[in-house]
Design a protein around this ligand. Structure first.
Ligand code: NAD
Length: 520
């Protein structure tokens, strides 16, 4: 059948009653079947292991969402063997057939959207709208990459010399290791896996142990869509046990990683070393962290700037790679902006994500909670706490992973709070002398992922376009929620290496280019 143009999956509209009802219904369905053991999926077979990790609800860690079997070294070897075998046939299939299977996967995700959302609400504490946006992005990635593969599949005629024909084409790299983060638990994994699969590779997929139940959703989606056995292998595991083994296996040609800068640079280093039996150089795609800033210029529209900054800093508890963790305010507007920002934040409510009454939920686990609380203490020493807004005491128990929404003033670039990725709801406010200094401070970290500017000055907006050094810059809007195709996404410096996800250069990273010249 004809494949129409790409369109983003629409955002959910909660003014529609069915949309509002769908969430509690899906959460109840999930609870009725929760806590079961999830097997590995290797070569089309479900495999259970004795080593399991319980994945729990961060609003109530006694509630187990799933007991997830863990792959060790032996299971990785088994999955590699299955992948190598299956890829021989898959890589030769016409691209259109592979694209149609990925489009079917997108359709299946659409049909199951509320059930897929419910898992995120309970496993990682995503609010309803945030969970819906994540599943919508997973659908978008599959829809976009399937179409883009068809574009790349057209052999390109190169040159005009008489007597020869040159064709430029791509072939799959073979076996891909996909290593995902927990914060966009379906979208990012679905994007990396579908890109690898549609380009003709076989995948070993290792989700984060904090979101392995969400990750398991991809087993059902790809299997039901008709992805052949051995092409998609689900191998959650302890990174201390199998992480390096997965990265160094000689058969793995491409590693698609999204996560922290520390782990990403470790993988780049590990993958660079040639292993016995390895006959290629591994390609690593690494999307890493951020320390993103929004600049508030002296003529900014404050109604907009306050709302957008709050959303970018505290949406999903600040646990987005794109989240705003620094707001740099030009001196003459500082007091007016900061007063409204703090009052706005104070009006937000903190509680379990499954209840839409709350704007901010728990952070993902106890270890993140501890780390964020330590950063709040550092903030107290380095600056002046302007707001520390906690969940109600009856919710904030030892069983839950809440942290206070924190705003800290008096921060300058040399402070740790201005440099280190906290990955939680801690917002540093920085008072800049003028717009030039604001840009200089915005660029003063090792990261370059997203940024925002609120200004009515065409000259300053133009200056930001040229000088604000980030992969995704947003003018007069918040800096989160990039949409596939419209805001192809990714950073540089220590925010990552690789082409933008959801953009036209992404898929070629999973393939090798080849030119065939025929003398005629
Ligand atoms: P993380 O680096 O702790 O883990 C990411 C994945 O790597 C997990 O699956 C983890 O189990 C695995 N891992 C850890 N050590 C490994 C090893 N030695 N070998 C192989 N795999 C290993 O990151 P996280 O906490 O899951 O995610 C949050 C981070 O991800 C933040 O830094 C955030 O900014 C970043 N992130 C970046 C983007 C982007 O597009 N640039 C998007 C989302 C998240």
């Amino acid at each position: 059948c004809e494949i129409g143009p790409f369109r983003n999956d629409p955002a959910i509209d909660f003014t529609i009653e069915e949309a509002r009802e769908a969430f509690p219904e899906a959460i109840s369905r999930l609870r009725a079947d929760m806590g079961r053991t999830l097997p590995l999926y290797i070569g089309g077979t479900e495999i259970t292991t004795d080593d399991r990790i319980p994945s729990t609800n961060p609003a109530n860690i006694s509630e187990v969402v799933g007991e997830v079997c863990q792959a060790g070294v032996a299971e990785i070897d088994q999955a590699i063997a299955a992948a190598v075998q299956a890829q021989k046939e898959w890589g030769r299939r016409p691209a259109k057939e592979r694209a149609e299977i990925i489009l079917r996967a997108a359709e299946i995700a659409k049909e199951r959207i509320f059930d897929l959302c419910a898992v995120q609400v309970l496993e990682v504490g995503k609010q309803w709208d945030q969970a819906h946006a994540d599943v919508g992005e997973a659908i978008d990635f599959m829809e976009y990459y399937a179409r883009d593969m068809l574009r790349l599949d057209q052999p390109r005629r190169m040159g005009r010399a008489p007597g020869e024909i040159n064709h430029y084409m791509y072939q799959p790299k073979g076996v891909a290791a996909v290593i995902g983060p927990w914060n966009f638990p379906l979208a990012i994994s679905a994007g990396m896996c579908s890109a690898a699969i549609v380009t003709g590779n076989a995948v070993l997929y290792k989700p984060s142990s904090l979101s392995s139940v969400v990750g398991y959703g991809l087993v059902d989606i790809f299997r039901d869509a008709g992805v052949p056995d051995g092409i998609f292998n689900y191998v959650p595991g302890r990174s201390s046990v199998m992480g390096d083994h997965l990265v160094t296996r000689p058969e793995v040609g491409v590693i698609a990683f999204t996560g922290s800068m520390e782990v990403g640079t470790h993988i780049i280093e590990t993958a660079a070393k040639l292993q016995p039996g390895q006959d290629h150089v591994k390609r690593v795609i690494a999307e890493m962290g951020g320390k993103n800033a929004i600049i508030i210029d002296d003529d900014a529209e404050l109604d907009e700037a306050v709302v957008h900054t709050l959303y970018a800093a505290f949406g999903f508890q600040g646990q987005k790679c794109s989240a705003c963790s620094r707001v740099i305010v030009v001196d003459s507007i500082y007091d007016r902006f900061v007063e409204r920002l703090v009052e706005g934040a104070r009006s937000l409510k903190i509680g379990p994500a499954e209840n839409p009454h709350y704007n901010m939920g728990p952070v993902v686990d106890k270890s993140q909670q501890k780390k964020i609380k330590e950063y709040v203490e550092i903030a107290r020493k380095e600056g002046a706490i302007l707001l520390e807004h906690a969940a109600a005491p009856e919710l904030d128990t030892d069983n839950a992973c809440f942290v206070p929404m924190t705003i800290v003033g008096g921060i300058t670039p040399e402070h740790r709070i201005a440099q280190e990725e906290i990955f939680g709801p801690v917002l540093a406010v920085m008072r800049a002398r003028d717009f030039d200094q604001a840009i200089e401070w915005a660029n003063s970290t090792r990261y370059a992922l997203t940024g925002g500017v609120f200004s009515r000055s065409p000259r300053h907006l133009e200056q930001a376009r040229r000088e604000f050094n980030v992969g995704n810059l947003y003018l007069n809007r918040n800096n989160v929620g990039a949409l596939v195709e419209r805001q192809a996404f990714g950073g540089f410096k220590l925010s990552g290496i690789g082409s933008k996800t959801g953009g036209p250069d992404y898929l070629i990273q999973y393939m090798d280019p080849k030119v065939v010249t025929e003398n005629t």
